[in-house]
Design a protein around this ligand. Sequence first.
Ligand code: GTP
Ligand code: MG
Length: 370
Amino acid sequence: GDAITVSDLAQKLALKGGDVVKALFKMGVMATITQTIDHDTAVLVTEELGHKAVHADAGDAESELLAHVEQVQGDQQQRPPVVTIMGHVDHGKTSLLDYIRRTKVASGEAGGITQHIGAYHVDTPKGTISFLDTPGHAAFTHMRQRGAKLTDIVILVVAADDGVMPQTVEAIQHAKSAKVPLIVAINKIDKSDADPLRVKNELLSHDVVAEDFGGDTQMVELSARTGQGVDDLLDAISLQAEVLDLKAVFEGRASGVVIESALDKGRGPVATVLVQQGTLNKGDYLVCGIQYGRVRALFDETGSQVAQAGPSIPVQVLGLSGVPEAGDDFVVVADERLAKDVAQQRDAKRRELRLVASAGNRMEDIMAQM
Ligand code: GTP
Ligand code: MG
């Protein structure tokens, strides 16, 4: 965006120069009417003065990006469900996922999981399902806020020997506020003190009512240790997915969300992303939060290189300029120039906003001392 003098801005707003100077002062920005303020400060002060700032800047990279994203249209096709496993500590979330992976992933892929990755897809006889092992992730809090956007179904694991516990309740509330349907997996039914009926009763008081209690929540009794009932859970997921009628455009440029990210000593920035629309290919240019880059390599959750990833498929991306934040959106763009422009504009915007904010804080300190 362009910078503007205070007097020019005042003229645009049909205000006296002094009024804009005063408003700027309140924001902690000291400027005379002949001085130039940057675009973001101009927007902030305009809004401070009760006016709406309209971005008329045609060269703005962000609006170019938006036009770009809107171009990606096509036939909606059925996509795999994205399923998040939640529940109280030690109730068997990871064990359940381990069981599903061992039994359902093609045998060649099963042993080769060398890296911690929070998301993976599993081919079941009922189709592909993507799982997120979110609890424990640094990304989790951020993802909770974006839950509805990311997750189609929540699997609530409740140990039959322990019952409803604080994090069970927390998970229910999250699923409800995100308006994501819940399937309850009553786990550890192999244990002698397992009491699935007690679990169903306890869930009643949190308005989670089993179908056999006259409610509409699917509940599956299972054991992650023996595998008993796990197929029923997969059936329940595909049934719920059918009801949700999940669709996405498969052709065209990919977009999606960062699930987790890290700086790898040897490989540089690594982002695990969930593709939500389109298909991500090796060689694509992308913007990812304030980072950009060209996809140097894509890896699936077993560490195998893949050429591409479509909707609902989690994939590790190498080739970004820096480490993006969990929860950042990513978008594939036509060329490096646009990717770089958008990333740099976003970065500059974040810095300027921070500058204005810290300037404001300092002013408050000074005022407090007066
Ligand atoms: P956090 O990630 O720490 O919240 O735990 P979790 O929910 O992932 O539990 P995890 O899978 O680590 O299992 C906790 C313990 O319960 C482990 O000792 C498992 O072996 C045991 N466990 C999990 N599922 C079952 C089951 O179905 N039956 C029995 N008997 N034990 C189980
Ligand atoms: Mg776990």
